[in-house]
Design a binder for this molecule. Structure first.
Ligand code: ADP
Ligand code: MG
Ligand code: MG
Length: 915
């Protein structure tokens, strides 16, 4: 016969799959010698066995729920599901094992289940392989009935306590096992409290408790026809109810959100634990404690204790608990015992622990431990501290912190010390915390922003027409929509903090107010949103700016020791370069010259250059432009002194710098209306028309401009090289790499080198007398460049994969269209596993990158290979690149994340070379 039940003493705590996380922790604590009330575990295999007879139908219904159907469908499915589950019986072989373990428990405790003199009471607790806090059900005080309650009173000499336990049991059993609306109980309870004029539960006198017991029994009888007085019947029903809670809508929803698939956790175990009573008097109570401060990471116990209370009372917030410092003062010996236990658990589990405990008449019991959830700040600090204390290795610390934690620490965040009124939670669509005055229309956002106000745009959902409002606002809040909704996608794209789908908020766009709970917020009122947690607060909540906290700097230094992949930054302007260097970039992997044309006077020059009809006409403008650019280059090279800077020659389609033909026509029309001469404008119009392209992304751009206008490329190079030469003279050490974009044939490289880059180099060396040592390379972003890399690699010192354009080319997806129009659906339908513009498509684009990188190194062993697309800042992509290229280049704020990810890749790769 298969074994489905194990006692805490006999089981193996490492088998979380079989015993669930909670069960495993009870086993572990028991075997470590901590005081745990005796008990046993019914395994997750038993749960599967229970579901087995109707497994197929249940899976089908679960499958429908997993797709997140509309509420009507959902409720219908849930009803069917529960009807099926309720028709199931607990298999006899499981039940007989439960009975014999109950007998063991009776022997161990010296009490008897259902005994009117000395009753054994138990809790029946859920617990899956991974912690799903609050998602499943637990019943306490099971075994009470009209007889045993008297026994409990006699046994403890405390009638008040016995009836308090009984009324709690009836309420929990009614709600969880018998599925009776909890409100019926809580309303009755409130009425009783009102009747006796008391506020707090412990102040209700015995008379009131007895009345509650009677009323609760009536509620149960009315709803279900009777209340099972037989403890064995109660136990069987409770076990089934816990099994059923695995399929509760909230548990299913939680598994979707947290991506908990059956290979991670399949079904729940049931823990049957002897009750200990925190409600036995003022020398009793229940608490939760963390082994370190989960907000700040500080190494001191953090938690709460509530006297005369049981289980959920602490989290339910019905009375204000005392903090753990107060507990320490009142019960120094208990605190000491708790501290030792918690620290022991931290040491053996190698992570911060979240521990449930109960004190029964001065005696401490441990009821659960698990790895704590904590803020990013605490995660980083505790990982570093634990490594330094020798609890974990540096590698373990590096694996414990996720790239996301690092990101969170670099965006402005809510000051953890701030007192804030949390009113709603939506999806964390785009990180960063901001405060602003609420407006409800994009046009209002623009108007208010023009007056220098900081506004948060609140909409039910957003449309592409609203985008101007996004730019004007400091943050975006919507009540509808998911992580890939328009608002979320756009906010991320332009780097605006956003919370979307905060469904508890009613937004009235026309009337210009929003309602959440009892709060009404009107246009102009201040709110704060945190796009990393999805939290929405009323008022201005203080935020703190991004900086590398010392612990993160230390962790990243460890990462630097371990990783093999270099990390550079994409930075175009001196400000970006400074941030990149501060965050530990080992150079600039991509400097986009065109970003230097943002200033109006430069744009004007550039337009003249583009529109000029001959080299002679172009020359004076080029001269002027190169002098301006040279100074910018000098600034950036200075900031990056001693580190490589890859400067990409101008890349985008030229039309991007020109006015739109419609705009020129409009101007011509107006001039003519006034009777003015419009011939200049007409000439401009003809030139602009002539330069127009059907498909600019595939048009006259990148090296193609260099080939048709070598003089333009010549002057760009002159600016770069002269900047380097002058700095050298001043005693600096600029390390310059010149990158040619959009190459599809090696002869393009040969041509622009010969016509523009080498002449500029020679001229600069001659005029300054400085010998320059620059690398010349190319961006690899066309499919043909990948396929002909054997030729290309021979003519360059470095290559760098431009994975954005390469992805666009390999998929034939135009990025802007794809990301808004069909990729979200492709992801839903699982045609794509991830947005290929975010995470490298390993099967297609990755294959090309791998081939080209490998071939390039074979042909030219000293060649340097990098990646400069946005993938350079994506952890999953970094795991792929880490043993294929020399470095990745990421946006400055992602540099720390890339350093960590590269180290994680190296560690995992070392542990599992096939990874
Ligand atoms: P959850 O998974 O929701 O935390 P638990 O099974 O841990 O549910 O139990 C809910 C509460 O009841 C917890 O506070 C727990 O400590 C308490 N509890 C569970 N079993 C017992 C017991 N045998 N004696 C006293 N308190 C208990
Ligand atoms: Mg718990
Ligand atoms: Mg490109």
């Amino acid at each position: 016969m298969e074994k489905y039940v194990y006692s805490f003493k006999e089981a193996d705590y490492r088998n979380k799959k079989l015993f669930g996380g909670k069960g495993a922790s009870l086993i572990q604590m028991t075997q470590l010698g901590l005081r745990v009330p005796p008990g046993f575990i019914i395994t997750t295999e038993a749960c599967k066995k229970f579901y087995e007879p109707r497994r197929r139908e249940i899976s089908e219904l679960e499958g429908i729920l997993l797709k997140n159907p509309p509420p009507e469908v959902r409720d219908e499915v849930i009803k069917k599901l529960h009807a099926i589950i309720d028709s199931l019986d607990l298999p006899g072989e499981i039940w007989s094992q439960v009975v014999s373990y109950m007998r063991e428990l009776e022997k161990e405790t010296g009490k008897r289940f259902g005994d009117p003199e000395n009753p054994l009471l138990v809790s029946v607790r859920s617990g899956a392989a991974v912690s799903m806090p609050g998602m499943m059900d637990t019943v306490l005080n099971l075994g009470l009935n009209d007889e045993t309650v008297k026994g409990l009173a006699k046994q403890t000499g405390n009638e008040w306590f016995a009836y308090d336990a009984y009324r709690r049991f009836l309420q929990m059993f009614g709600k969880i096992v018998l599925s009776i609306d909890e409100k019926l109980f809580s309303t009755a309870w409130e009425e009783i409290k009102r009747k006796y004029g008391v506020k707090d539960d412990p102040d209700v006198q015995l008379e009131g408790l007895k009345e509650a017991v009677e009323r609760f029994k009536e509620i149960i009888v009315r709803a279900r026809g009777g209340f099972p007085q037989d403890p064995w019947e109660q136990l069987k029903l409770a076990i089934k109810a816990v099994f059923r809670s695995w399929m509760s809508p909230r548990a299913i929803f939680y598994r979707i959100i947290e991506k908990i698939t059956p290979d991670i956790a399949d079904c729940t175990a049931v823990n049957v634990v002897t009750m200990v009573f925190g409600n036995a008097g003022w020398d009793s109570g229940t608490g939760v404690v963390f082994s370190r401060d989960v907000a700040t990471g500080e190494n001191k116990l953090y938690g709460e204790f509530l006297p005369v209370a049981q289980g959920e009372d602490v989290v339910a917030g019905i009375r204000t608990p005392m903090d753990i410092e107060e507990f320490r003062k009142r019960f120094p010996h208990l605190y000491e015992e708790l501290y030792q236990g918690v620290k022991l658990l931290e040491k053996v589990n190698k992570d911060v622990q979240d521990v449930e405990f109960t004190v029964e008449r001065g005696k401490l019991y441990f009821l659960q431990t698990r790895n704590a959830k904590m803020t990013a700040l605490a995660r980083v600090k505790t990982a570093v501290d634990m490594a330094k204390e020798g609890i974990i290795t540096k590698e373990e610390a590096l694996l414990m912190v996720s790239p996301d934690h690092v990101l969170q620490l670099l965006y402005p965040r809510i000051d953890p010390k701030a007192k804030a009124t949390l009113v709603a939670q939506g999806l964390p669509a785009s990180p960063g915390a901001v405060s602003g005055q609420v407006v409800f229309h994009p046009d209002d956002a623009v108007r208010w922003a023009a007056q220098g106000k900081r506004v948060i745009l609140a909409r039910v959902e957003t449309k592409p027409d609203d985008v101007h409002g996004f730019y004007a606002a400091v943050g975006v809040l919507t009540s509808r929509g998911g992580m890939t909704s328009h608002a979320a996608v756009v906010a991320r794209a332009i780097g605006k903090p956003a919370v979307v789908g905060a469904e508890s908020i009613e937004i009235h766009e026309e009337e210009k107010y929003l309602k959440v709970g009892t709060h009404v917020i009107r246009e102009g009122d201040w709110i704060t949103i945190d796009g990393h947690t999805g939290n929405v607060y009323i008022g201005v909540v203080p935020t703190i700016e991004a900086e590398l906290i010392p612990e993160l700097e230390e962790l990243l230094r460890w990462a630097d020791e371990i990783r093999r992949l270099g990390v550079r930054a994409n930075a175009d302007l001196p400000e970006d370069a400074a941030i990149a260097r501060k965050f530990g970039a080992q150079g600039i992997g991509l400097l986009r010259i065109e970003r230097m044309f943002r200033k109006p006077e430069r744009l004007e020059l550039l337009r003249r250059i583009i529109l000029a009809e001959s080299p002679e006409e172009r020359r004076p403008h080029l001269e002027a432009l190169y002098k301006m650019l040279k100074n910018d280059f000098k600034e950036v090279f200075k900031i990056m002194d001693g580190l490589p800077v890859v400067v990409r020659l101008i890349d985008p389609p030229l039309h991007e710098f020109l006015p739109k033909p419609e705009e020129i026509l409009e101007q011509i029309y107006q001039r003519k209306m006034r009777g003015d001469d419009a011939s200049e404008l007409e000439k401009l119009y003809r030139r602009v028309k002539a330069l127009q392209e059907a498909n600019p992304m595939l048009g006259h751009r990148g090296v193609r401009v260099g080939v048709t206008h070598p003089d333009f490329y010549y002057y760009l190079n002159k600016a770069i090289l002269e900047a380097a030469a002058e700095l050298k003279k001043e005693g600096f050490n600029p390390v310059v790499e010149i990158m040619i974009p959009q190459v599809s044939d090696v002869r393009e490289i040969i041509y622009v080198k010969e016509k523009a880059i080498i002449p500029a180099l020679k001229d600069v060396e001659a005029s300054t007398g400085v010998k320059l040592d620059v690398k010349i390379g190319t961006m690899i972003e066309t499919v043909r460049a990948c396929l002909t890399i054997d030729e290309i690699a021979k003519h360059v010192d470095f290559i760098s994969f431009g994975t954005n354009d390469l992805t666009q080319a390999v998929f034939s997806f135009s990025r802007d269209d794809a990301e808004n129009k069909f990729i979200p659906q492709y992801l839903d339908l699982k045609i794509l596993d991830a947005d290929p513009f975010e995470t490298i498509d390993i099967k297609g684009v990755g294959k090309l990158v791998e081939y080209a990188a490998k071939t390039a190194k074979e042909v030219n062993p000293s060649i340097e290979v990098g990646v400069c697309g946005e993938h350079g800042g994506d952890p999953k992509s970094i795991y792929f690149f880490h043993n294929k290229v020399d470095y990745v280049s990421a946006s400055p704020f992602r540099v720390p994340l890339a350093r960590l990810s590269a180290a994680q890749a190296a560690i995992i790769n070392r542990q599992n070379p096939h990874y």
